[in-house]
Design a protein around this ligand. Structure first.
Ligand code: C2E
Ligand code: MG
Ligand code: MG
Length: 449
């Protein structure tokens, strides 16, 4: 954005309303762009690089919801004060979005220095905030870019910092990422996958596969987890660990999930009635209040009994917007759908969540199971989880069992349910039906699917 502002009178600049954020008193978006524009023209004859950073507060929305908007505003003011206090006389910080701040470090010349100074800002923001009688904590993510050549405009620099910020957010909370060229390549690849996935979802080309979940004592199959599979003509087989996060970020997860659930329930409705079907819900679906309605409409259409369906949600899914997640989960449980907590032990939840939410089942993450034989801490953690589940009346499934010895150890600890390559890899609907025919020896209706 190009602005025409510039009186040359420093005193007036700060008070000009069009360039000031009314809440925090910091400069606003226009002011920031103006500052960077000017520095770029100053540096036209000076080879020294400089740094632009964009800082975004992590999880500000839930804080706003929990403490109220007035408190949210107070926190933003405190954030602004801390940021301003940490700037030296050359540097500038502005508020450029609701919970987004941008800063300019004219004297920071290297990527290492940019990352170090940004980490310091995150550190400063991580100290508790006073909200009336209570305190709140926040983390922040940062993306930085460095100006190296006169070809770059403010817009390009800020876009690069935004791309870096996007990478920082994707890799977790509280991270700093400095822009590199590879990121641009990665961003292009994500866009290619996104476009191919949109096409595949509207053409109905994403398929459910099914992985058996067994009773560890009898080895009998008690249900199946639905896992989405997608093979693109040009890209080949794209793993869900790649396309699910892209579907979430780019708003495709709703239609993708509905497609997979429809196909999965069509396949599973003729399986023996004592088998359940579990289905993964992404964090963003737990923020969308239409999710429950969509699931119920699909079950209605395919004639699948809701009491045979289980949904799997992760700890991260609960964190984004706990109130919304609770409402969706409540609606689903009311019609008999069971709810399990997936990948337990790897997320960022507090045990308190297990008190607030009622889960029917907990799935112990593969990370603990794969190290159960040679790692004492994993063994202790699994035993503690099992004791806790017993106390809270939750079923348990251990994920990622690959070896007999792991299954034996889990049985010895009292774990009732298991899933993993040892019992079966995810397979498509036809192969799963074949597997069931073999294990039920004709008890299954031949007309299935
Ligand atoms: P998840 O829900 O935790 O699913 C279990 C993952 O572990 C699956 O990976 C499964 O193939 C893999 N797995 C199972 N047993 C073993 C084992 O013994 N060893 C090893 N190494 N891996 C095992 P997959 O299919 O690649 O899916 C990855 C993740 O993608 C899933 O993790 C789930 O979070 C997500 N996902 C898959 N399908 C869907 C879907 O339809 N909707 C949503 N929202 N997420 C999905
Ligand atoms: Mg799962
Ligand atoms: Mg899992």
């Amino acid at each position: 954005m190009q602005t025409t502002f510039g009186t040359g009178q420093p005193g007036r600049e700060n008070t000009d309303l069009a360039f000031t954020d009314p809440l925090t008193g910091l400069g606003n978006h226009r002011r920031f762009f103006d500052k960077v524009d000017r520095l770029i023209s100053d540096r036209a004859d000076d080879p020294a690089p400089f740094t632009v950073g964009i800082l975004d507060l992590d999880g500000f929305k839930p804080i706003n919801d929990l403490f109220g908007h007035k408190a949210g505003d107070d926190i933003l003011i405190q954030v602004a004060m801390r940021l301003r206090a940490s700037m030296d006389s050359y540097s500038t910080v502005c508020r450029i979005g609701a919970d987004e701040f941008a800063y300019l470090y004219p004297m920071v010349f290297s990527e290492e220095q940019a990352a170090e100074k940004s980490r310091m800002l995150i550190e400063i923001l991580s100290a508790p905030y006073d909200v009336g009688e209570r305190t709140a904590r926040l983390s922040a993510s940062v993306g930085c870019s460095l100006f190296y050549s006169g070809d770059e405009t403010t817009e390009i620099l800020v876009n690069k910092a935004e791309t870096a910020l996007y990478h920082a957010k994707r890799s977790g909370r509280g991270r700093v990422v400095v822009y590199t060229r590879e990121m641009e390549e990665a961003a292009k690849r994500v866009t290619r996958i996104e476009q191919a996935l949109r096409r595949a979802v509207s053409a109905g080309e994403v398929e459910p596969h099914f992985q058996p979940i067994v009773d560890l004592n009898t080895r009998r199959t008690i249900g199946f987890e639905t896992l989405a599979r997608w093979t693109d003509r040009d890209l080949g087989a794209v793993p869900p660990s790649v396309f699910i996060p892209i579907a979430e970020e780019r708003g495709i997860i709703g239609p993708l999930s509905q497609l997979v659930l429809r196909k999965a329930t069509e396949a599973a409705r003729n399986w023996p009635k004592d088998l359940f079907l579990s289905f993964n819900l992404s964090p963003s679906q737990l923020v969308d209040q239409n999710t429950g309605l969509h699931i119920l409409a699909i079950l209605d259409r395919t004639g699948f009994d809701p009491s045979r369906l289980e949904i799997e949600i992760t700890e991260t899914g609960l964190m984004t917007d706990p109130a919304s997640a609770e409402k969706i989960v409540g609606d689903l449980r009311r019609v008999g759908i069971r709810v399990s907590l997936d990948d337990f032990g790897t997320g960022q939840s507090s045990l308190g969540r297990l008190r607030e939410f009622h889960f029917d089942k907990l799935k112990i993450d593969r990370a603990f199971v794969s190290s159960i034989l040679d790692d004492r801490p994993s063994e202790h953690i699994i035993r503690a989880i099992l004791a806790m589940c017993e106390g809270l009346g939750m079923d348990v499934v251990a994920e990622g069992i690959e070896e007999e010895a792991q299954a034996d150890r889990l049985v010895q600890f009292g774990c009732a349910g298991g899933q993993g390559y040892l019992f079966g890899k995810p397979a498509d609907a036809d192969a799963t039906l074949g597997y069931l025919r073999d294990s039920y020896r004709g008890a299954l209706h031949a007309k299935a699917i």
